[in-house]
Design a protein around this ligand. Structure first.
Ligand code: ZN
Length: 297
């Protein structure tokens, strides 16, 4: 791996709870930061790549904690809908027509856009996962990839098999690509479907990535579908499994108390929530309560 010297950058440094911005040089050897000093002028290996970062900020890559990577090609075609209308009448009918080639090139587009704005790691939830993985490899980006599992059509077993086939073709030496198990949501998965995903996560020791209380309608819908409140369904299937909850907009104080006892983090999606009229997650409160909050950027 080529060594790298980043010179003259405004480097974001994290000390205790403070963020400092200082003009520094950074030397990267064998893919790891070797030193950060005011000026690095030692004799470098002649293959070392030197980047002049004057007038630029040098910082760790941003992490997009919840994405549907290829969906960037739908941008601006599906405005003015509520969540259910957006999914049922707009997005799912279009997705039924997507080809593998569509997914590959749409993923490349999204990765390029994300890298160009500083995102270097993406937690994804989609399907045709091989093509997303191929695109991630092409871009050398860090990604957590999965095959979304749901059973509104009654068939979760086929999707579970697709996930297994996808996961079993992983390269174990590859450290940029990792995996999660992704039940789509508690309102699109039956109890048997949720149990199958929980079993997969435990068997393969993978995290769960699930939409959770994104819209206010879900509160009653989940209760009707599973016979108990969403938080109890979540706890029933995923307690003890590291779980990323996408959205988490409509959490009651009781929900928060339960989440505090679980291994959960929330992926906050303010732009999506505003676009679909889902309201705003009270992340200030969540953070005060000690719940981990990540950002979808
Ligand atoms: Zn989502």
């Amino acid at each position: 791996m080529q060594d790298l010297l980043i010179k003259n950058g405004n480097v974001l440094l994290f000390k205790d709870d403070n963020i400092l911005i200082q003009n520094k040089d950074i030397l990267v050897k064998d893919g790891k930061i070797d030193k950060i000093e005011d000026e690095i002028s030692e004799n470098l290996d002649k293959n070392t790549k030197v980047i002049d970062a004057k007038d630029h900020i040098v910082m760790p890559g941003l992490i997009n904690t919840h994405a549907h990577i290829p969906m960037s090609i739908f941008r601006e075609t599906t405005e003015g809908c509520s969540l259910y209308e957006w999914l049922n009448e707009r997005i799912w009918p279009i997705e039924d027509k997507l080809t593998k080639q569509d997914i590959y090139y749409a993923s490349l587009l999204s990765f390029i856009e994300m890298v160009s704005t500083g995102t270097t790691c993406i937690n994804d939830q989609y399907f045709m996962s091989e093509q997303i993985r191929d695109a991630a490899r092409k871009c050398k980006i860090r990604a957590v990839i999965t095959r979304t599992i749901m059973d509104t059509d009654g068939d979760y077993a086929t999707r579970v098999e697709e996930f297994k086939n996808f996961y079993n073709t992983r390269d174990e030496n590859e450290d940029l690509i990792t995996y999660s198990v992704a039940p789509h949501s508690l309102y699109t998965c039956s109890g048997a479907c949720l149990q199958a995903t929980a079993d997969l996560a435990r068997e393969y020791n993978l995290p769960i990535h699930v939409h959770f209380l994104e819209s206010v309608d879900e509160i009653e819908d989940i209760k009707k579908k599973h016979g108990k409140p969403a938080i109890e369904v979540l706890k029933q299937y995923f307690e003890g499994v590291h779980t990323i909850l996408a959205h988490g907009v409509h959490l009651s104080q009781d929900d928060i108390e339960v989440l505090k006892t679980m291994d959960c983090g929330i992926a906050h999606n303010p732009v999506s929530n505003m676009r679909l009229g889902c309201s705003i997650a009270d992340t200030t409160k969540y953070l005060k309560e000690g719940i981990n909050v990540g950002l979808r950027n």
